[in-house]
Design a protein around this ligand. Structure first.
Ligand SMILES: Cc1ncc(COP(=O)(O)O)c(C=O)c1O
Length: 435
């Protein structure tokens, strides 16, 4: 048998097993169409290979964690060094303490860190800590913001019509309707509306949680500061969800880049070099409900999980942050990302499409819409998603790994040659779309 046919057959067989043995045939909401579905065999640098031998330039980066690219040697070496010493202890260990120190050093608002296993747990616990800190029950989020899969995050994340602010619809079935009584939703980038909602509900509000770069939407000047000022006036905990922006849009994340300090911030994805670890970082005051040394045990927030601060993940994180701290890293991410964004917009315009690439250079989206500027979730719903999907699949067919209508992530291992090649493919994809 031709080896290529054999490889295709092996991939097809595994895909059939995935369809049979994995719930829903995959890992969750993200699914490729059957004819383009793939099983990853390996990744290296900016590339991914599938089992059938297909090679892709990866702009999905595992939905963000692979900021250092795949199989970065420094992360690999740190993990290899840790593995023979054991993979989990529950008790304190050197890598987790070293990583906490580095995070506190990098994150402007942070005095201390609490580890979690996933970003979802980080935002979930951050909200619980805020309730404990304030003695209030309600939390406020912004329409279109993604804070993970827990019951308090899944309100007004992807509505197709405007929410009935401050009420929003649940995103997932199975979310208890009662949770919605405690989650207020406001439109992003509308400082007046956000401040009015905060003022009106101040006595009940424990926290405002915000993605400072909301998916691909830049915060307008003054928006984050207005939310900061209003929350501070009323003793409400301000949480920046930096699970995407942390260590990516700047070493100190969005709070450094936009110059506004929250009380707490959540980190995941890039913070641990592609290994499963996340955390909450915050001021000692905001984090105080976690401190059983200073409080009566009955007033301590429970946020303990078996694998928190896992030494393998923390060792990977220490190595990853050491790489990210090197001079020039963020300039390079910006240079690569901005060339690609500009090139896509130019190519789209050349082929007659209204296409734009909102976001920051290290993470941005491609949206087929005339509407400018894109300020909030409802603006994003003007984008032609069917066209976005078709275009993304044309790229995929030509070896550019992406999640259509979502985000492009840039790694420190994407090269100028990758951008040149990608822009050639982008041009072909727009041409194919026109047909
Ligand atoms: C901003 C933001 N917060 C929270 C999460 C949830 O993180 P996780 O998928 O690790 O649970 C995500 C995931 O994409 C995210 O983008």
């Amino acid at each position: 048998m031709n080896p290529a046919n054999g490889a295709h057959a092996a991939q097809a067989s595994l895909l059939a097993d995935a369809g049979r043995y994995l719930a829903g045939g995959g890992l969750g909401l993200f699914q490729l169409p059957a004819d383009l579905n793939l099983v990853v065999a390996r990744g290296e640098g900016s590339r991914i290979w599938d089992l059938a031998g297909g090679e892709y330039i990866d702009y999905h980066l595992s939905s963000g964690p692979a900021l250092l690219g795949h199989a970065h040697p420094d992360v690999g070496a740190a993990v290899q060094a840790q593995l023979p010493k054991g993979t989990t202890y529950y008790f304190l260990n050197e890598p987790e303490i070293a990583l906490a120190k580095k995070i506190v050093d990098a994150v402007p608002c942070a005095d201390e860190v609490h580890y979690t296993g996933s970003g979802t747990e980080a935002t979930f616990y951050a909200l619980r800590i805020a309730r404990a800190r304030t003695g209030r029950n309600k939390v406020m989020k912004f329409e279109g913001a993604w804070h993970g899969m827990h019951d308090y995050g899944l309100w007004g994340t992807v509505p197709s019509t405007p929410s009935d602010y401050p009420r929003a619809k649940p995103d997932s079935v199975g979310v208890p309707a009662q949770t919605g009584d405690t989650v207020l939703v406001s439109p992003f980038n509308d400082a007046a509306a956000a401040v009015a909602m905060i003022e009106k509900n101040a006595k009940d509000l424990a926290a405002v949680i915000v993605e400072p770069l909301q998916r691909v939407l830049l915060p307008e000047p003054g928006f984050l500061q207005a939310v900061r000022d209003a929350t501070r006036r009323h003793g409400i905990v301000l949480i920046f969800d930096e699970i995407v922006t942390g260590f990516r849009i700047a070493w100190g994340g969005a709070q450094e880049k936009y110059g506004v300090l929250p009380d707490m911030a959540t980190y995941g994805k890039a913070v641990s070099g592609g290994f499963p670890l996340a955390c909450i970082a915050g001021t000692a005051d905001a984090m105080s409900p976690l401190d059983a040394r200073k409080r009566d045990r009955s007033t301590v927030v429970w946020a303990t999980n078996t694998l928190n601060g896992n030494p393998v993940c923390a060792a990977a994180g220490v190595a990853a942050l050491d790489v990210l701290k090197r001079p020039g890293v963020y300039d390079r991410l910006r240079a690569i990302g901005s060339r690609l964004r500009k090139g896509i917009e130019e190519s789209g315009a050349k082929h007659g499409f209204d296409v734009q690439c909102p976001g920051e250079d290290a993470v941005w989206g491609v949206r087929f819409t005339k509407k400018k500027p894109l300020r909030n979730w409802m603006d994003l719903t003007t984008a032609d998603k069917a066209l976005g999907l078709k275009w993304g699949l044309e790229l995929l067919r030509r070896g550019i790994l992406n999640n259509p209508n979502e985000k492009f992530y840039i790694s420190i291992q994407h090269t100028d040659a990758d951008v040149d090649h990608t822009l050639g493919v982008v041009d072909e994809a727009f041409a194919a779309l026109k047909k």
